[in-house]
Design a binder for this molecule. Structure first.
Ligand code: C2O
Ligand code: CU
Ligand code: CU
Length: 470
């Protein structure tokens, strides 16, 4: 079965209750990162630092966070505002802060060129001019992104605008508008966090058997018995989530990486690749407990329990969400072809020609900070054809991400894409060749933008390129 068909919202009523265990009431409450409303003229101090987190009671693990020991505050900005951040690096190594999903000039994008030395600070002024959307921020130092994100450095960044506010969608943060940061981690026998290295990690990216939501294991969200909006972020280093509710209930898909869809789409399951975001609306007006889970090929993993309470309030779901125009295809300035290469294809598997593993890259070239791979003209619309060489040892889809743009999926596997490819995006899963319609609206004359695989171990090992926009 082709992956895309497999994901078209199949019903699976009759799924056995997960492990017959864990009443929601026994679970820890879902941690909700503090919300900070960014205002023009009031810079926010954001400090990356190390700390300790007890994922298991009494078993502290070394972690890192922004203004805390793990993750970071949720930043909310209004489209049209210009906001400032004062980032301090108190980590023992260089870092950067990348605003993943913001359409801003490359000079303040926080990619590998915006490095902040240990003990140093970086001032970023972000002109926010894009539709309401759920974005995020995370480190992006070359070669160390995987480790730093894994250690806990990540936070949500919410863009709001008038159009979205006028829809009356649930927007009480932490009440009926919940941040849901999905991550998976590896713990040793002593229940301490570890970051695996080696060949498996390099080939497939780091996958962990312990699922975290906002840094907690299988927590419980107390929600009103009505419509609740979830802002889902796949913040995992490598895992692709296949999300569904245990009772098979449907939900409404509202938004992609790039903001609201034109219309809400009813679904029963949703795939989320690393770095992708989705907003969904879930109806809890039946007041029944529910469980969000991840489906793998042969198991289900419980992620987040919901305990609805209070007065039952059935509410209608808005159908029409947003009106936006796709960039015109008429004058496509360029077509570019990019192939993700793992360095493990051909050559009988894992070894390159000289018996050495070859690095990850694009078209056989690993990332080079000093090399500009593509040059684009500001304002142009282009088609990027992205595919992956089928590997001998791995048949793994790569989440392809571009900085500083939104794109739409024009074709997948040579055909018109399915409904789940709808909307504007900055990250797409390349499990078959895709054609992307990309609109370059942000300047990158000196500091380039990045494009890369968002399996962070692939990115760190060189599966990244850079482009200027002038
Ligand atoms: Cu989320 Cu280049 O990164
Ligand atoms: Cu990004
Ligand atoms: Cu990859």
């Amino acid at each position: 079965m082709r992956r895309r068909d497999f994901l078209q919202g199949l019903s699976f009523a009759g799924l056995a209750p997960v492990l017959g265990r864990s009443f929601a009431q026994d679970r820890p409450a879902l941690p909700v990162p503090p919300l900070v409303d960014l205002r023009p003229g009031a810079p926010l101090a954001l400090t990356a630092r190390v700390g300790a987190t007890e994922f298991f009671p009494g078993k502290p693990s070394p972690t890192a966070g922004y203004n805390g020991s793990l993750l970071g505050p949720t930043l909310r900005v209004r489209s049209g505002d210009e906001v400032a951040l004062h980032v301090r690096n108190e980590l023992p190594e260089p870092t950067t802060v990348h605003w993943h999903g913001l359409l801003i000039p490359a000079a303040v994008d926080g990619g590998p060129h915006n490095e902040i030395a240990p003990g140093a600070a970086w001032q970023a002024v972000l002109p926010v001019r894009q539709p309401a959307s759920t974005c995020w921020y995370h480190p992006h130092p070359h070669g160390r992104t995987g480790l730093q994100v894994y250690g806990g450095l990540a936070g949500l960044l919410i863009v709001t605008d008038r159009e979205e506010q006028a829809l009356g969608l649930p927007s009480r943060y932490g009440v009926d508008d919940l941040p849901v940061i999905l991550q998976d981690r590896v713990f040793d026998r002593d229940q301490r966090l570890i970051y695996p290295r080696g060949h498996m990690a390099l080939m497939h990216g780091v996958h962990g058997g312990t699922m975290l939501v906002n840094g907690a294991r299988e927590p419980r969200a107390d929600v009103p018995a009505g419509l609740v909006r979830l802002r889902l972020l796949n913040g995992a280093n490598a895992r692709v989530y296949d999300l569904a509710f245990e009772d098979g209930r449907s939900f409404h898909w509202l938004a992609t990486d790039g903001g609201l869809l034109r219309e809400a789409v009813p679904l029963q399951r949703l795939q989320l690749a690393p770095a992708q975001r989705a907003e969904i609306l879930v109806d809890f007006s039946d007041a029944r407990a529910a469980l969000l889970l991840n489906r793998t090929t042969n198991a289900v993993q419980p992620l987040l329990h919901f305990a609805p309470a209070g007065e039952r309030r059935p509410q209608p779901v808005p159908v029409k969400l947003a009106s936006w125009q796709s960039p015109s295809r008429a004058p496509v300035a360029q077509r570019r072809r990019l192939t993700l290469t793992t360095g493990m294809e051909g050559m009988g598997g894992m070894q390159g020609m000289h018996g050495m593993p070859m690095p990850h890259g694009f078209d056989g070239h690993p990332f080079d900070m000093a090399r500009i791979d593509q040059r684009v003209k500001l304002g142009d619309v282009e088609i990027w054809e992205v595919s992956a060489l089928p590997g001998m040892m791995m048949d793994q889809p790569h989440p392809f991400h571009m900085h500083g743009v939104h794109f739409e999926v024009l074709r997948r596997d040579g055909r018109a894409p399915g409904p789940l490819d709808a909307g504007r995006r900055d990250t797409v899963l390349v499990d078959a060749p895709v054609e992307l319609l990309v609109h370059f609206t942000q300047p990158a004359p000196r500091v380039p933008f990045m494009y890369h695989c968002h399996i962070l171990e692939h990115e760190d090992a060189g599966m990244m390129g850079q482009f200027t926009v002038t």
